[in-house]
Design a protein around this ligand. Structure first.
Ligand code: SF4
Ligand code: SF4
Ligand code: SF4
Length: 268
């Protein structure tokens, strides 16, 4: 049973990450109290230590970096009606994918020193590379309002309203000065909106932590790029920090990612 006393059970699980997205959930404060009235949270590592056994919704943060993670994630998937990726580490893998561009043995020695063989470590993958994912809450960390919107929508049986358009749209609505005017390379034209363009609004470029828009070759905010003499390929080349999985970080694991043939022809 995924419900207790009529309340849907919700589990929040954590793999390799800083657990900042769970903290963002805790920071929902008043909205969280409302939600707690509507659901029963049966696994929440940052807040409590009770382990449940089945879930209406399972939120999963963090990347998969050990063989044990793979088995645990599959178990969670089997127990959950709906599985939601929570934050950039869960999808598209975030900063943890950087490991995949280096020699794994050297990385293990660097991190674990003379105990490197004791610690299990495999190439990083987002949770979607291991199990099917139903919904994605994006960002590093997630947007709190988006979390509340998603939980409310799922409880009402509605499809959550999560933006699919590029960051530049919200940035322009906020009347920000474009970071390209200041000589910076901003990933807003290829990054999915939803954080209200918080970085440009507070004076820095977008690093793309919410992941790419669907098919950036088609859906990028081209007018911004054209104004600055750039192409979609130019901007995608900068996208490895959070989106390395899409740009070769998943190749050894059979993930094709964004077609980079054009980008490689551009000089990478
Ligand atoms: S997405 Fe960012 S904030 Fe969330 S767990 Fe990963 S590193 Fe931490
Ligand atoms: S490129 Fe960056 S700063 Fe410029 S409009 Fe787009 S999101 Fe805003
Ligand atoms: S502006 Fe870009 S880097 Fe900043 S939170 Fe939004 S998606 Fe992430």
């Amino acid at each position: 049973m995924a419900d207790t006393n009529g309340k849907p059970k919700v589990g929040i699980f954590s793999f390799a990450c800083c657990e900042g997205c769970q903290l963002a959930v805790l920071e929902c404060e008043n909205q969280l109290l409302d939600l707690l009235g509507a659901v029963e949270i049966v696994n929440f590592r940052e807040a409590m230590d009770k382990i449940g056994d089945d879930y209406r919704i399972a939120f999963v943060e963090g990347s998969i970096t050990t063989t044990e993670h793979i088995e645990e994630l599959k178990e969670i998937r089997e127990q959950a009606d709906i599985l939601v990726a929570l934050g950039a580490c869960a999808w598209p893998g975030g900063l943890n994918i950087m490991k995949n561009f280096q020699n794994l043995t050297e990385v293990r020695k660097y991190v674990y020193g003379d105990k490197w063989e004791v610690h299990d470590s495999i190439p990083t993958r987002p949770i979607s590379a291991v199990v099917p994912v139903d919904f994605y809450l994006r960002g590093c960390p997630i947007d709190r309002d988006e979390f509340v919107e998603l939980v409310r929508s799922l409880l009402l049986g509605k499809t959550p309203n999560i933006p699919t358009y590029p960051m530049c749209v919200d940035c322009k609505l906020n009347e920000n000065e474009c970071r390209f005017h200041l000589g910076e390379i901003c990933l807003g034209p290829v990054t999915r909106a939803g954080c209200n363009a918080i970085c440009p609004t507070f004076g820095t470029k977008c690093e793309g932590c919410r992941g790419l828009v669907n098919d950036p070759q088609v859906n990028a905010q081209r007018d911004v790029l054209e104004e600055h003499g750039l192409t979609v390929e130019d901007i995608l080349r900068e996208s490895r920090l959070f989106n390395g999985w899409e740009f070769g970080g998943g190749e050894d694991l059979g993930y094709k990612g964004v077609d980079v043939t054009v980008i490689q022809a551009g000089g990478e």
